[in-house]
Ligand binder design. Structure first.
Ligand code: PLP
Length: 420
């Protein structure tokens, strides 16, 4: 049986051997007594982002003023999109950074439903992110009689298995939409298998990549995925509420029409014509003026990801989550926890879920400890999940060790009881 000190030495050794360890210094250090395990909700602030935003505000906005639109601002949705494309296996000109995640979902689902004339069924699953399900419910309501949304049930509350998807997909299905990495359990869906199945039945597929982008490699091109969306404020560290992205496979771009006909999606916005005619390429999925300040915050961390390499990041993330799970499996009787994520590394994203009947009180105790104890920030998802997010760009093995040790202490000492 490994002792806690064995794990401490192991964490220190893994940190020494970590080829990505220097990236940690690229992030603004938080309070030294704080262990951040929530990069899957809101990524940390890169040092370069603070500097770059200052420059965008003072130099670009301050000095360039309106000329900024001709000096790069107008190209930003596409330029950032091309960088994100490199992380998700898309080609240049297939990704745009624009609007919010839920809004991009709305735009692309509406476009797909119009394209799939004669088919009125949307298929998703009960473990999908609530906002996605709400948007889908709203679309079915808006499209009116005959349109339906069916949700596949999970057999174990953690995964949606391929057979369930196959059984639920029929010739009436217009669109399948799933999350690639599930927000609660971290389960990674079979993108290649499901996309092929959908196409066989004449349906389109839309993937939500919010919990994958920047931590789990995605290969939209090889899978021939139709559509995708995702956010940039989690592993991509774009800042709170940063602008989202959308992907439309090149051959579909001219065939799909999005529902919000704004001027920047039109063929020639600066002709100021009164009649809308969509742009012929990915630009038709834009709506209005891009939020330059918010979007500028995305680029520095994106560059760090491209430099580190998505496969190297995945390798580290898996090694880190294995280390975390090994520590958990060494706890006597799991201290009352069960693993809420798939045990198989290939089916797990970059966060690990530990489930406990007292999860809410334990999380509170971790975030608000006595003064002489380290603050650990994970997040809680009802009813009993503690999500431990591993951001391989800045989390060390020692972070994981310390976070897990503190969880153990909170549970063994019953310190959490005061938060019940
Ligand atoms: C998987 C997933 N999809 C969609 C959303 C909603 O994104 P937004 O609030 O940017 O619209 C989130 C938010 O956390 C998410 O985790």
């Amino acid at each position: 049986v490994n002792t806690e000190s064995t794990y401490l030495s192991k964490a220190e050794q893994l940190d020494r051997e970590d080829p990505l360890s220097s990236y940690r210094e690229q992030f603004t250090p938080p309070d030294p007594g704080l262990i951040y395990l929530d990069g899957n909700s809101l990524g940390r602030l890169p040092v370069r982002t603070a500097e770059s935003l200052h420059e965008v505000v003072t130099e670009q906005w301050g000095n360039s003023l309106i000329r900024g639109w001709g000096e790069g601002w107008m190209d930003l949705p596409r330029r950032l999109g091309d960088k994100i494309a490199l992380l998700i296996g898309a080609e240049p000109g297939e990704v745009l950074v624009c609007d919010g995640t839920s809004i991009n979902l709305y735009k692309l689902v509406m476009a797909a439903m119009e394209h799939q004339e004669g088919r009125r069924r949307i298929l998703s699953d009960e473990l999908n992110f609530p906002s996605d399900l709400h948007v889908l419910q709203g679309i079915v309501h808006q499209l009116g009689p005959g349109y339906e949304l069916d949700l596949i049930r999970s057999r174990d509350g953690m995964c949606i298995d391929f057979d369930s998807v196959r059984d639920a997909t029929d010739k009436k299905t217009a669109l399948l939409t799933f999350t690639h990495t599930y927000y609660k359990s971290s389960f990674v869906q079979d993108m290649a298998g499901i996309t092929a199945l959908a196409h066989e039945k004449g349906a389109m597929v839309l993937w939500d990549l919010s919990h994958s982008v920047g931590s789990v490699p995605v290969d939209l091109k090889t899978c021939r995925a139709d559509l995708a969306i995702g956010c940039t404020y989690k592993y991509l560290n774009g800042g709170p509420g940063s602008t989202a992205f959308l992907y439309v496979r090149r051959d579909l771009q001219k065939k799909l029409q999005q529902p919000i006909w704004g001027w920047l999606g039109s063929k020639d916005p600066f002709q100021f014509g009164t009649l809308y005619e969509p742009a012929e390429n990915i630009r038709r999925f834009l709506v209005g003026t891009p939020p330059i300040l918010s979007m500028s915050a995305i680029e520095p961390a994106l560059d760090l990801h491209l430099e580190a390499g998505i496969y190297a990041l995945r390798e580290k993330s898996l090694r880190q989550s294995e280390f975390l799970i090994e520590m958990f499996e060494n706890w006597p009787a799991g201290l009352g926890f069960t693993l809420g994520s798939p045990r198989s590394a290939g089916r797990r994203g970059s966060h690990v879920v530990l489930r406990h009947p007292e999860a809410a009180a334990i999380t509170e105790a971790l975030i608000g400890p006595p003064e002489d104890r380290v603050i650990v920030i994970p997040d809680f998802r009802a009813p009993d999940n503690i999500r431990l997010g591993i951001a391989p760009l800045y989390n060390s093995y020692k972070d994981i060790y310390t976070g897990m040790q503190r969880i153990r202490e909170v549970v063994e000492s019953k310190e959490y009881l005061k938060n019940r």
